[in-house]
Design a protein around this ligand. Structure first.
Ligand code: DGL
Length: 259
């Protein structure tokens, strides 16, 4: 059995395209539909109830468009809403959480840093994960303002550099050797982050792990697309599509949609 239906992917905005890229690289045969809920970004400053309601809205739009599974390409939505999504809709969900485990296992200084949104850092799921790694010192830092600047396309602005320096320098001083990017927007900041932290500090995100998990769940559910036809990739944003087009590096099938 197989399915040519698309994989649905959503994020609070454009950041989850970092996850889409990994999924598309690993599963080039799959059709995908990406929703950027930029109108409602950032999710990280919202209440759990709001994040659940927005995640349901995005999921229902993807189901309406015929998706066979949903990838929640947002740490904030996953840590706050994945349980509700799984119990409300009868399709497989893939979530994304900060990659604490590999960082904690590989750290030699026994100190790791995590940069994530307020919504993720304050969530129960995240705190349970942190508690299970008592062998390492975990420095948590909320990335106030980062998602907003990325949504405005200001990745390389002075404002961004100033915020990143403020957030990262204390972690460097505390001797972290791994930095976990706990927000799907943040991989787009890696060039800027590398200018601030020393070379020996490794940066980890969850993109590749999520793509592998997506493949494995599709296989398990007999949902892989085995068709020979060229796959199709659609991207929708409920805000100005310019930044989404810029971050993707193409304009084909990238459109505004009210959802
Ligand atoms: N990309 C989202 C995440 O991974 C950003 C959340 C937000 O909008 O604050 O957490």
């Amino acid at each position: 059995m197989s399915s040519t239906k698309p994989i649905g992917i959503f994020d609070s905005g454009i950041g989850g395209t970092s996850i889409w890229k990994e999924i598309h690289t690993l599963l080039p045969n799959e059709n995908t539909i990406y929703l950027a809920d930029s109108k409602n970004a950032p999710y990280g400053q919202r209440t759990k109830e709001e994040i659940i309601a927005l995640s349901k809205k995005n999921t229902e739009e993807l189901i309406r468009q015929g998706c066979k599974m949903v990838v929640v390409a947002c740490n904030t939505a996953t840590t706050n809403a994945i349980k509700e999504l799984r119990s409300n809709y009868d399709i497989p969900f893939i979530g994304i959480e900060p990659a604490i485990k590999p960082a904690a296992n590989l750290s030699e200084t026994e100190t790791i840093g995590i940069l994530a949104t307020k919504g993720t850092i304050n969530s129960e799921l995240f705190n349970r994960a942190v508690e299970s790694f008592s062998n390492v010192k975990i420095i948590e830092q909320i990335g106030f303002g980062l998602v907003q600047l990325i949504e405005e396309g200001k990745m390389e602005s002075q404002e961004m550099t100033t915020l990143l320096e403020e957030y990262l320098k204390p972690m460097v001083e505390a001797n972290m050797d791994y930095l976990v990017l706990g927000c799907t927007h943040y991989p787009y900041l890696i060039p800027q982050i590398k200018k601030i932290i020393p070379d020996h500090i490794k940066i980890i995100d969850s993109g590749k792990a999520v793509a592998k998990q997506t493949k494995s769940i599709l296989q398990k559910n007999n949902l892989l697309n085995l068709s020979e036809e060229k796959s199709r990739q659609f991207f929708y944003t409920n805000s100005d599509s310019t930044v989404l087009k810029n971050i993707l590096g193409f304009t084909e099938n990238v459109a505004y949609k009210d959802f």
